[in-house]
Design a binder for this molecule. Structure first.
Ligand SMILES: [Zn+2]
Length: 485
């Protein structure tokens, strides 16, 4: 029996962790003044909570072993099975799953892949990836999984400071993209009022501004790039984004809300809390990387999705304070469980405490890059998020930028095309701005960039995830650069 009193949690919080998958009372909610949805777990001594996590993990792994040819085959090849999982540390001996493995399984055993553990007729929702990097991956989600996603998101949104009296505007695509739906589901379970506004239709941002003006909304969900685009649109309409009255803006889909200068900018622009969230669409509940209202970096809500921060080559967990890539494992999934799915995001974790009292591990700098997004210029590893952070810390930066990497006379050339604010007019002011940007970037990324200044508004804004890096070098050169590493 675990040290945490599961019977008491069942009685007082309507969460039955003695069965698997857990059963949740769909009408339970804490008192509005309570800071935590499930304090007995969220604030537990980590070793005590780990006992509960191990119970869930064992059930999850046995379930996948019994029902999924995909997992059974891979685990047999690696010499692991439910019987070899005696501690949480044993999980690191299980093989990892890459997104390409999921695509391969779906092309072999379509449409859902042989990691679908329920009857296809029991799939109640289909979502998927956009397929920008290959064949789209199809998510088949069972009805009970969808309810549990709502439970998890409501609990984490509560931690972000959202309450039943919040009115939440969701400004992202309502399509295959699971981010919008996950926020909607969590917000509804929390008891808030939801405005599923959407995005992507021509003229919709202006409409969104007008709706936000009329409705006295208190919270906003989108990608960070889109929130800044929304604010610019409002300002063009003569409307101060602070006047909307948002208290909380929460984000996923991009690292921006965890990039310090972008976070500051969003908080100052809206006069509200900027909350960073998000793991991977495959992992929904994707909020299990989620900041609390103190915004000290995303907590890893380990009893919902168990996350190991691993060495990107060996996939063995790294120590607190070290850098690695998250490897995610579902703990209460019956349709398409992900067990050790590699994200390829880059992060650093810490076991240090947070003012909210939660004892979860934290990602103090968020997800600040991807191992596959990194580019190498003159031998330096450069991350798009570092360029963004450096530019946004410059007074007079106009909000949007592009990075163009090219090759001239056998040397890499880094061109940063950055906008300036309309107030900067004189040639002297612009030259000073250019030099400041150059120096800031130079000290941050270790490479001397060429800066080209553009008038505010010259570069297209995104309604979704921004793509700001253009690499014009030939593949041969890139291959060489990777080998030199
Ligand atoms: Zn916290």
């Amino acid at each position: 029996m675990p040290s945490i009193d599961l019977q008491r949690i069942k009685r007082e919080r309507g969460v039955d962790l003695t069965v698997w998958p857990p059963r949740y009372d769909p009408v339970y909610r804490p008192q509005t003044t309570e800071q935590h949805w499930l304090p007995e777990i969220e604030c537990a001594a980590p070793a005590d909570r780990d006992e509960v996590i191990l119970l869930k993990l064992k059930r999850q792994v046995s379930y996948a072993w019994e029902r999924s040819p995909f997992y059974r085959r891979r685990w047999q090849e690696a010499g692991v099975s439910p019987d070899t999982l005696k501690s949480l540390a044993d999980l690191s001996r299980f093989p990892v799953v890459q997104k390409s493995d999921l695509r391969e399984a779906q092309s072999r055993a379509g449409p859902f892949g042989d990691y679908l553990c329920i009857d296809p007729a029991e799939v109640s929702r289909i979502h998927g990836t956009s397929g920008t990097t290959g064949l789209p991956t199809i998510f088949g989600v069972g009805a009970s999984d969808w309810e549990r996603i709502g439970e998890a998101h409501a609990r984490i949104m509560w931690g972000a400071g959202l309450r039943p009296d919040d009115r939440i505007m969701i400004c992202s695509f309502f399509s295959l993209y699971v981010g919008s739906w996950g926020s909607l589901k969590g917000g509804e379970r929390l008891g808030a009022t939801l405005l599923p506004f959407g995005a992507g239709v021509s003229g919709q941002t202006l409409m969104a501004v007008n709706w936000a003006r009329r409705l006295r909304l208190t919270a906003f969900y989108s990608t960070p790039s889109y929130a800044l685009h929304f604010a610019e649109t409002a300002k063009r309409e003569g409307c101060d984004p602070r006047s909307f009255g948002f208290r909380t803006l929460f984000f996923s889909g991009e690292p921006g809300a965890g990039i310090p200068a972008t976070k500051r900018l969003i908080e100052e622009t809206f006069g509200a809390r900027c909350i960073d969230m998000g793991s991977m669409a495959e992992m929904s509940p994707w909020m299990t990387n989620g900041e609390c209202q103190y915004r000290t970096g995303m907590h890893l809500w380990q009893d919902l999705v168990y996350t190991e921060i691993c060495d990107p080559a060996t996939f063995k967990p790294v120590d607190s304070g070290c850098e690695g890539t998250p490897v995610y494992t579902h703990l209460e999934r019956t349709s398409q469980p992900m067990i050790r799915l590699v994200s390829n995001d880059r992060t650093r974790w810490t076991s240090g405490s947070c003012a909210c009292g939660r004892t979860y591990p934290r990602l103090p700098d968020g997800l600040y890059g991807r191992y596959d997004d990194m580019f190498i210029v003159r031998g330096e590893n450069v991350y798009p998020s570092a360029v963004e952070d450096a530019l946004r810390s410059v007074d007079g930066f106009g909000g949007e930028f592009r990075v163009v990497i090219s090759r001239q006379d056998s040397m890499d050339e880094l061109l940063v095309r950055a906008e300036y604010l309309p107030e900067k007019n004189s040639p002297e002011e612009l030259e000073r701005l250019r030099l400041t940007m150059r120096d800031r970037l130079r000290s941050r990324i270790g490479v001397h960039p060429v800066i080209e200044l553009l008038r505010h508004g010259s570069l297209p804004r995104t309604e979704f995830k921004a793509r700001r890096i253009i690499d014009d070098r030939d593949l041969y050169h890139r291959g060489l650069a990777q080998d030199r590493k």
